[in-house]
Design a protein around this ligand. Structure first.
Ligand SMILES: [Fe+2]
Length: 183
């Protein structure tokens, strides 16, 4: 899957708005899912704007190019790296492997996954090998990636009342400004 990098916050907002038309076979559309995920992270980590924004955009590749569950995480990371910075990109890139890590290492985790997440788990490679678990454990972003992943899994509540994109636009601009000019 080849998807262009996003060039501006307006482009991110436009893609997220488009997500209202995609449900990815879940009970919530992609925009509602993104907003719920970011809202959960804001409640949990109010000072970590990058983590919240990573939650907001983590499935952006699934909106830009639907039906690519195996690659949407790293593709999404590449899409946002220039605009939103390396840490946001890493957290987006890791969100499918974070699911694989949790299924492999946490006995109770699989039961928390939605039907669709269990289906895509297979396409994403299923359980991690022991060396892959070790590589994940050496990543400095692992704890944050797992926090994002658990917010992602919980952000599938039909009809949940959460702030809309108006709330997130200034946060996106703040993170984009901190990330520096596009190169
Ligand atoms: Fe998601």
């Amino acid at each position: 899957m080849s998807v262009d990098a996003v060039g501006s916050v307006d482009e991110v907002l436009e893609l997220l708005r488009r997500g209202a038309g995609f449900a990815d076979e879940e009970d919530v559309d992609q925009l509602a899912h993104a907003l719920q995920c970011a809202t959960r992270l804001e409640a949990e980590r109010p000072d970590d704007r990058e983590l919240q924004v990573a939650g907001l955009v983590h499935d952006i590749a699934s909106i830009a190019a639907p039906d690519n569950p195996a690659t949407h995480a790293p593709v999404g990371g590449r899409m946002v790296r220039g605009l939103l910075g390396a840490r946001v990109a890493r957290l987006v890139s890791l969100h499918a492997d974070a699911k694989r890590y949790l299924v492999t290492t946490d006995d109770g985790y699989r039961a928390t996954l939605s039907r669709r997440s269990l289906e895509t788990l297979v396409a994403q490679g299923g359980l991690l090998s022991a060396p892959a678990v070790g590589r994940m454990q050496r990543l400095p972003e692992l704890a944050d990636a797992l926090t994002l992943r658990r917010a992602d899994d919980a952000a599938k509540v039909p009809g949940a009342d959460v702030p809309g994109l108006d709330h997130w636009e200034p946060v996106l601009r703040e993170v984009a400004t901190a990330a520096g000019p596009l190169s």
